[in-house]
Every structure is written in C-alpha cells, then in structure tokens.
Ligand binder design. Sequence first.
Ligand code: HEC
Ligand code: HEC
Ligand code: HEC
Ligand code: HEC
Ligand code: HEC
Length: 486
Amino acid sequence: MRYAGRVFWILIVVVLSVGGTSFARSKVFDVNYEFYPYYPSLLKWNKSTAQFTPPEVCAGCHSKQYAEWTGSVHSLAFQDPVYQGELNRAVKAVGKEISRQCEGCHSAAGMVTGEIKKPGISGLSPIALAGVSCDVCHSVSGTTHWQTPSHEPENGSLILTPGVDTARGQKLVKRGPFKPKDNCGSGFHDCVESPLHLRADLCAGCHQVYHYEDHFPLEATYLEWKHGAYAQREILCQDCHMVDFSTFLRAADEFRKPEGKEYRHFFNGANYLIYFLASGAAKKAGDDKKAGVIKEKFEMAVKRLQSAADLEIFPVYRDSRLAEVKVRVKNIRAGHNLPTSLTNVRQMWLEITVKDSKGNVLMTSGGVDAKGHLTEDTRNLNSEGMGKDFHFAVDPWLVTSFSRHDTIPPRGYRDVFYGVNVPQGAGKISLEAKLRYRQADQGVAEAVLGAVPEDINLNEIYGLTKIPALPVVDMVTKQVSFDSTK
Ligand code: HEC
Ligand code: HEC
Ligand code: HEC
Ligand code: HEC
Ligand code: HEC
C-alpha cells in the first residue's frame, strides 16, 4: 500500500510537470512578422518613391482644414510632453522595441520611414513632428486587422499609401469622403473616394490599444463604442469629434447625423490639459494668436466634458429615517464609456457633502489632499490596472488586466451609495454632489513629466518651472435637500 501510494504521488508530480509545460501561457497572438514588419505596431506601409507630405504643404490649398487641425490633440500627439515622458520611461523599462508600437499611433509616418530613432523631438522632419497629420489619415488605403486572431482593429492596424509609382513617375494619391470632381487635387495629388473614411474603422486602428506583448486591451474606446447605443444608431466617432459643439449635441441627443458641410477637423475630446500646456508653449514662443486659438480648444474640451454626464440623487429611508443617499452618475453624451481610453490614469470622482438644517457637516466623501492625491474614501469611477503579479500597476507595459472597472457605458449609469448617520432632530438635510475630473493623479503626472527626454526643456518650451497642480474640472454640480425622517 505504502509503495502504491508513493507511485501515485510520483505519477501526480510527473503529470503536473508535463501538464505545466503543455499549459504554458497560451499565445493569444501568433505573430506573422513578415506580414507585420513593424510589430508590435500593426501598421503597413505600401512603399513607393512617393513620400509623405507635411501638413504645411496641404495648408496651401486646404487652409480651413489646416486651421482646424492646428493645435488639435492629433497635431500634438507626437510632441505632447506627457507622451514623450511616458515613451522615455517605456524605452528605459522595456527596451527600444516597444517604441515602434507607440510611434505607430503617435507619429505613424515618422515610424514607418524609420526616421524616429529614440524618444525626443530634436532633428526630426516636420512630417514626423506633425503626429497624426493630414497625410497619415488621407493616405490610409485599408486595414490590417482581418489578419489578426481577433479580427478587430488595434495597435495601428492601418495601411498607409501616400502615393504610387507610375510609368510617368511617382504620383501622390489622397483618399477622402467624396467622389472626385474634375481636377481634384489641382495636379498636386490624385483623389480616390474612400468609404473607409466614412466609417469608425478609420479611427479604430489607433483608438484600441493593446499591451505590446500580452494582447490585453489597455484602451478600448472603439470596442466600447461598437457595443454601445450610438454604434447601433450609426452615430460615429466623426459625428461627435469632427464637428463643432452644437452639432455634437444634436448628434448625441437626437442620433442625427451631421450634414457633409458640417464636418470640421477639430478632433476635440476631453484632454484639456494638453491644450493648457500647448497654449503656454505658444505664449512662451511669442505667438499670442496661436495661444488664443488653442485656448478656444481648451474651452471646447471643457464644455464637451461638462456636457457628457449628469447626476441624480435619491434619499433612501430605513425605519422611517434617512439611512443612505444614492447618487446616480449618468453617461448622457459620450459615445463610449465615460471616462474612456486611459481609464486607469484618468480620474472622474464624486465629492459629497451632507449637512443638517443648522449647517453641521454630517458626512463628506471624496477630495484632493495637500499632495494632490485623492483621499482614501473617494469613489473614483475609473479603472485600476493590475500587473502580472496581481499587484497595482499604472504603466502600459506593466498593466495586463484590470482589478476594477467602474467606467459608465454609453447612455448607461452607475449608482453609488453613501451611508449617512442622521442624529435625532436633524431636520432638513442638504446635500451637495460634484462630479470632478482630471487627466491623472498629481503623482503620476509628476513622474511622467519629470521623465521627458533631455531635448524637451519644460521651462524653455512650456514656461514651466515646476509641475503645476493639475487643473480639475467640475463636470456636474447638484444641490438637493430632503427630510431626515419619513
Ligand atoms: C484623424 C484623421 C484625419 C486627419 C488627421 C485629417 N483628416 Fe481630413 N478628413 C478626415 C475624415 C474622416 C474626413 C471625412 C469627414 C466626413 O465628411 O465625414 C476628412 C475630410 C477631409 C476633406 C474633405 C472636405 C472636408 O473638409 O470634409 C479634406 C479636403 C481634408 N479632409 C483635408 C485634410 C487636411 C488638409 C488635413 C490636415 C490639416 C486633414 N484633412 C487631417 C480625417 C482626417
Ligand atoms: C493603438 C494606438 C496607440 C498606441 C500603440 C499607443 N498609444 Fe498612446 N495614445 C493613443 C490614443 C488614441 C491616446 C488618446 C487617449 C486619450 O485621450 O485618453 C493616447 C494617449 C497617450 C498618452 C496620454 C497623453 C496625454 O496627453 O494625456 C500617453 C502618455 C501615451 N499615449 C503614451 C503611449 C506610449 C508610451 C505608448 C507605447 C508604449 C503608446 N502610447 C502607445 C494611441 C496609442
Ligand atoms: C495644389 C493644391 C492642393 C494641395 C497642395 C493639396 N490638395 Fe487636396 N485637394 C485639392 C483640390 C482642388 C481638391 C478638390 C476638392 C476641394 O476643392 O476641396 C482636393 C481634395 C482633397 C481631398 C478630398 C478628396 C475626396 O475626393 O474626398 C482630400 C482628402 C485632400 N485633398 C487631401 C489633401 C492632403 C492630405 C494634402 C497634403 C498632403 C493635400 N490635399 C494637398 C488641392 C490640393
Ligand atoms: C494614426 C493614429 C490615429 C488615427 C487614425 C486617429 N487617431 Fe485620434 N488620436 C490618436 C492619438 C495618438 C491621440 C492622442 C494623442 C495624445 O494625447 O498625445 C488621439 C487623440 C484623439 C482625440 C482627442 C482625445 C482627447 O483626449 O481629447 C480625439 C477626439 C480623437 N483622437 C478622435 C479621432 C477620430 C474621430 C478619428 C477618426 C476620424 C481618429 N481620432 C483617428 C491617434 C489616431
Ligand atoms: C455621441 C458622441 C460621441 C461619439 C459617437 C464618440 N465620442 Fe468620443 N467623446 C465624446 C465626449 C462627450 C467625450 C468627453 C467625455 C469623455 O472623456 O468620455 C469624448 C471623449 C473622447 C476621447 C478622450 C478621452 C480622454 O481620456 O481624454 C477620445 C480619445 C474619444 N472620445 C474618441 C472617440 C472615438 C475613437 C470614437 C469612435 C469609436 C468616439 N470617441 C465616439 C463623445 C463621443
């Protein structure tokens, strides 16, 4: 018996160790490196002698689109100091390979041509510096996501074809929404009608970010949209982000598509911080006009953010006494979850104050402490990243799952309950609830901006002598009162 028992245990050990190897982490993404030469970016470049063109050249004939795009988050996507700081940290932590993934979305043309060699901005051509430029979008001739295991857009799964070689030399080709008229492009470029530019798939390749190795969706704006109420009614990314503020409200509220002439090249979202920094840079460079234009984009982003949510507050009575308040946070106009994309970095939290009839504070929750961190009791409706060791993680090369995801789906809501201890005779209870937002925790912002490459001098370019306290936007403020007994 004892011998049989030992054999049994040896067998178990053998089976487990064999099992251990055969159950090694399964490959979620079997990479065809020939098909994806820039992996971990899934971009492809349909190479010819036709080169990419900087936006300033397009501006010669398309001044309206250029003026709208200038100072947009797309125009800043590569020079953004927040991006450059994080890129520098990524390359130090993981190695140079990862930078192709980042650059594939933040400066696609500069990545495929091999011009960008390291974090930083010095010595680069206008086309690399221009980030998500005219020529990146209008050279997109197709997608590469059908060849991935998930068949979903991600990590720059786009094909760039800035032009073609012909018997009579090279020719630039630009793709857009219209059937080309005669002499479209004035001899500078040919025009091709592109249905892809009228679909969310154009945006999706860059607005769906996966971990560079583990194929975990770090940012899922596209899939959030695709599985939400707006996609079902064919209200696309373009219909809210490529229009002015009032047209966006109409598209979101009435599910009404903008008309052709209403499309504008703003690409305005929620990131007011990037405009705050960029308008400081324009001012520092002595360009007050540009600083003013970017200031308007700052205000547009704040307005979009403030239009995105609403709050409803309900008292909950138990044994005839007020026991709890329920705060319902509603996503009323964001076409994807609120907040979206870098959900483990963005912060959207509730600040609550409950008072009795004499003004004594009965309960508070949510606030920013002296160091700029949210207090322990804060209900933050973002997500929390988790690394392979199941510990808290923030950086995109470490986060391989979420331990919490409290973002709110399109047209959806989330209820947050607060217990209130109401003394006898408290009378009428008043409550103030605020929904507040900022781009990141103060400590995270300091770490990232503190890591910008040497050729980005925050004082010389942005006029920053230290990292300022990140501005907070109040998205919604509500005051209500109700009886303490029922
Ligand atoms: C992020 C991608 C993107 C970038 C960057 C971009 N465009 Fe566009 N552009 C589009 C889309 C999408 C449309 C189609 C909008 C619609 O009609 O639905 C468009 C439309 C156009 C049109 C047709 C007329 C119009 O305004 O609708 C022109 C011309 C044009 N873009 C030029 C430019 C120029 C010049 C730049 C740079 C200053 C630029 N685009 C940057 C995506 C982009
Ligand atoms: C699939 C495309 C894609 C890839 C790959 C990608 N990004 Fe981004 N990145 C984005 C988009 C889209 C946003 C904007 C999302 C938002 O506003 O929250 C963004 C935003 C950011 C921001 C926030 C910028 C700000 O001003 O708040 C940082 C930092 C950043 N990316 C760094 C990186 C780094 C570092 C890498 C590589 C490890 C990387 N990104 C890879 C598309 C991408
Ligand atoms: C020499 C002038 C000139 C330059 C430079 C130029 N374009 Fe055009 N482009 C035109 C004309 C003319 C049209 C016809 C429609 C119109 O008037 O907007 C056009 C149309 C377009 C369209 C709409 C095509 C369609 O059928 O939907 C896009 C997109 C476009 N251009 C992108 C660009 C981009 C990107 C650049 C820079 C790489 C650029 N253009 C540079 C003259 C020019
Ligand atoms: C080639 C990649 C690429 C494509 C294509 C692209 N984007 Fe972006 N987009 C980015 C990156 C990268 C950022 C963030 C840059 C940063 O924050 O540093 C961004 C930022 C934005 C923002 C600003 C977000 C904010 O935080 O305020 C909006 C809005 C946006 N994109 C909408 C669109 C729409 C709409 C389309 C399709 C018509 C599109 N994008 C196509 C790469 C892309
Ligand atoms: C119904 C309107 C609507 C549609 C459709 C929509 N958005 Fe947005 N988007 C918003 C609003 C409002 C905000 C500001 C609140 C927020 O951050 O979610 C926003 C914010 C963003 C941001 C900024 C996130 C950040 O952290 O700074 C990005 C990026 C973005 N949208 C991209 C997209 C893309 C890509 C699509 C299509 C797949 C899309 N949006 C579809 C309304 C819309």
